[in-house]
Design a protein around this ligand. Structure first.
Ligand code: HDE
Length: 713
């Protein structure tokens, strides 16, 4: 990505803090870990030139020992991730709801570190897996660190933490053969999903385009659980947290996702990195949905049930701030890999609810860091250190980095003057919300969590035609990869409870019939979870027909900033047309790349040399948002000799992208599938660059989907 107007980077307090741990390579001398200068790092110490290596060789042993231990266990979930630094700014104080400094002080620039991730794949798995994306934000606030550890979908698969290991074991590669990697399309996942109807809501989101984002910068984020905001008077409100990308919510098609994984497995990671390096800083607005405590039971779902969203039609999202990511990590391992997010990290003014999934997470995240990062001092790793000062009597353990001074490590004490001393609530101490509890101890599930079908149906109904088609295709693909008919049948039967037409489409694709009843013995053995009747909507109080916020067709389509446009060129391309189109696109923040038959440089028709961004052999159509072919007879004649340019254009057409060509380049278009569809609303031959810009801002021409399927590439 080329440099655009680079915005000024102002260093946050956290970046300044991290600087003291950074180590420059430039102008340094190679030493051991003890500071001993080294004069040979290529040869081990031997008994003679052809002799055995000596145990004495401490230089070899130090180097190899360090290497042997370079890896730490990857995250059991969300192993594949990418991180970035930035800051959060508040537009307006919400002191009526929360006393948190981050929500009341509009002058602050709170440092953040964000890590995006996929869930199921290993650390080296491809970015475009069909999967939920993690969206974890660490706010280094003046009152302590707050971690909002969310996803890019507003709900989760299960209602109780107790089921999490089962969910994850079912989606991870099957244990006997460790196949498939980073894919939910296999029997064990559907065996589980089809017998745990609470998963169906998150599952249908995972079948939608949300699971294959165009960019990490173009997806929403959600805190998922209902949390509490607490104001100065101690009054609580329920709240759901939202991140809305300034660039809108956009996705690729499944066919593209599969090809992107082959062409550039780091597509999302690279896109995030490049955008930040180019100064095109990713931004999200932050919003809250607030529900007064008195309204806790007003809805036809339980606010504590993490498989339910609060439709924005019912409770609008109030935008209160913005997050900007403006700096890439200096070192992937030190920062992105070692960062530890804990939902239990909160600050005064924010509190938990009894959501049983959240309650379980409050245990899991600290526990997992102990084996992942090696001990209880992981909060002292630079990326995890709060910017707020920390003092307590916790001591020792693996990798203690601080040097606590003095005679005491207990409370109360007199020998250190009673320090570190306690604070009053009025001085900013944390105080758990005093929720009244009067209950029997039970192991079970609230009846108010039992409707598993209304919201998947609401989601599906709210989607545009093209989105619904993508969902049907995704179910068909995923179930088509399952080997066991009884699992597929059960899924069809469940999909039917969500939407009959959807089930019919999937059944047709699978070449199967929707069963009229389901194999009872299996259900009985498995228990109440599998009893669909129990999980149907009850008598609805305020059930919606559609919620427009759920459809990507209602997102923003007003910008082409950061979109990548491929210019297909060979020697002799028209300088005039190239310049006009490039200037227009770059003025709007798009990124132009020259794709030539070879690397190095290329000459336009005025004999000027231009740097080639990629040779046609090293790149693919799926890595771009749109295609332009400038004129220049010699150039077009040369392009026609390379079949990959035809394939490149056909693929862009199949994936519903905008394509523009000069009138002189029409002969190339005539060799492609586009030839028959020149009246398509996102095809421009000899038209104004502005028309092309407007079509790119629409992301895709989804009307083309029907014919796109018939294009063979
Ligand atoms: Fe996580 N999850 N999770 N999860 N999760 C982890 O913690 C867990 C859940 C999420 O970039 C692990 O540090 C349980 C919901 C993200 O470092 C682990 C349950 C949501 C990340 C863990 C859930 C998430 C994790 C693995 C059910 C969205 C990546 C490594 C009770 C609101 C954070 C780690 C990063 C990571 C457990 C459910 C999001 C094992 C037990 C719901 C974004 O602790």
């Amino acid at each position: 990505m080329k440099k655009q107007t680079k915005k000024k980077t102002t260093e946050t307090q956290k970046i300044k803090d991290l600087k003291q741990f950074e180590k420059e390579v430039k102008d340094t001398t190679l030493t051991t870990n003890q500071g001993l200068k080294v004069n040979d790092t290529n040869n081990s110490l031997k008994a003679g030139e052809r002799g055995a290596t000596l145990l004495e060789d401490f230089l070899l042993r130090e180097k190899i020992t360090n290497f042997d231990h370079e890896r730490i266990p990857e995250r059991i979930v969300h192993a594949r991730g990418s991180g970035a630094h930035g800051y959060f700014e508040l537009y307006e104080s919400i002191e009526e709801y929360s006393k948190a400094g981050i929500f009341t002080d509009t002058k602050r620039k709170t440092p953040v570190f964000v890590r995006f991730s996929t869930v199921a794949g290993s650390k080296g798995s491809p970015d475009l897996a069909r999967d939920v994306r993690g969206f974890a934000v660490k706010f280094y606030t003046e009152e302590g660190t707050w971690d909002l550890v969310g996803n890019n979908m507003p709900i989760f698969f299960i209602q109780d933490a107790m089921k999490f290991p089962d969910l994850i074991h079912s989606v991870k590669p099957e244990p006997n053969k460790e196949i498939p990697q980073a894919a939910s399309a296999h029997d064990t996942f559907y065996d589980f999903v089809s017998h745990a109807t609470e998963t169906l809501h998150n599952h249908i989101w995972a079948m939608s385009d949300r699971a294959i984002p165009r960019s990490l910068r173009m997806m929403e984020g959600f805190g998922i659980h209902t949390f509490r905001l607490i104001n100065k008077e101690g009054k609580a409100h329920f709240v759901k947290f939202h991140w809305k990308p300034v660039l809108g919510v956009h996705s690729v098609t499944w066919d593209e996702a599969v090809r992107i994984n082959g062409a550039d497995a780091d597509f999302h990671r690279r896109d995030l990195w490049d955008a930040i390096e180019a100064g095109q800083y990713p931004e999200w607005e932050f919003g809250i949905q607030v529900v007064p405590e008195e309204d806790e039971h007003k809805y036809d779902f339980d606010l504590l049930d993490p498989t339910k969203l609060i439709p924005e039609e019912m409770v609008p999202v109030k935008i209160i701030g913005k997050m900007t990511l403006n700096k890439n990590p200096e070192n992937f391992f030190a920062e992105t890999e070692q960062v530890a997010f804990l939902p239990g990290h909160i600050v005064p003014g924010i509190d938990f609810t009894n959501d049983p999934l959240l309650q379980g997470r409050l245990f899991s995240y600290r526990d997992t860091q102990l084996s992942r990062l090696g001990g209880p001092n992981f909060h002292q790793i630079p990326i995890n250190r709060p910017v707020a000062p920390t003092h307590n009597n916790q001591r020792d353990g693996h990798m203690q980095m601080d040097i606590p001074k003095g005679q005491t490590a207990y409370f109360p004490n007199t020998l250190s003057g009673g320090c570190p001393h306690l604070s009053k609530i009025s001085e900013g101490a944390f105080d758990s919300y005093q929720e009244r509890i009067d209950a029997k101890k039970i192991r079970g599930r609230s009846e108010s969590f039992s409707d598993h079908f209304s919201q998947p149906a609401l989601f599906y109904r709210s989607l545009a035609d093209w989105e619904q088609q993508h969902v049907a295709d995704a179910y068909t693909f995923e179930l088509g990869k399952c080997m066991h008919d009884h699992i597929k049948e059960r899924m069809l039967w469940l999909i039917q409870q969500i939407d009959k037409d959807l089930a019919k489409k999937v059944a047709k694709g699978l070449g199967m019939k929707i069963p009229s009843k389901i194999d009872q013995p299996i259900n009985q053995a498995i228990g109440a979870d599998a009893d669909v009747k129990k999980h149907q909507p009850g008598k609805k109080k305020n059930y919606l027909d559609k919620d427009p916020a759920l459809s990507q067709s209602n997102t923003k389509f007003d910008s082409i900033a950061t979109r990548k446009i491929a210019f297909l060129v060979a020697d002799g391309f028209s300088m005039k047309e190239y310049k006009k189109m490039k200037t227009t696109l770059e003025k709007e923040g798009a990124v132009v790349q020259l794709i030539a038959p070879h690397g190095g440089t290329i000459k336009c028709d005025t004999d000027m040399e231009h740097k080639v961004d990629a040779s046609i052999m090293t790149t693919e159509s799926v890595l771009f948002d749109a295609v332009y072919v400038p004129g220049g007879k010699k150039s077009v004649t040369e392009l026609l000799k390379h079949s990959k340019y035809i394939k490149f254009t056909n693929e862009a057409f199949k994936h519903c992208k905008a394509i523009a060509a000069s009138s002189e380049a029409e002969s190339l278009i005539d060799e492609t599938a586009v030839a028959e569809y020149k009246d398509d609303k996102a095809i421009f031959i000899g038209k104004k660059p502005e028309d092309f810009v407007s079509a790119i801002s629409k992301h895709r021409n989804w009307d083309r989907m029907k014919i796109a399927d018939s294009i063979a590439v």
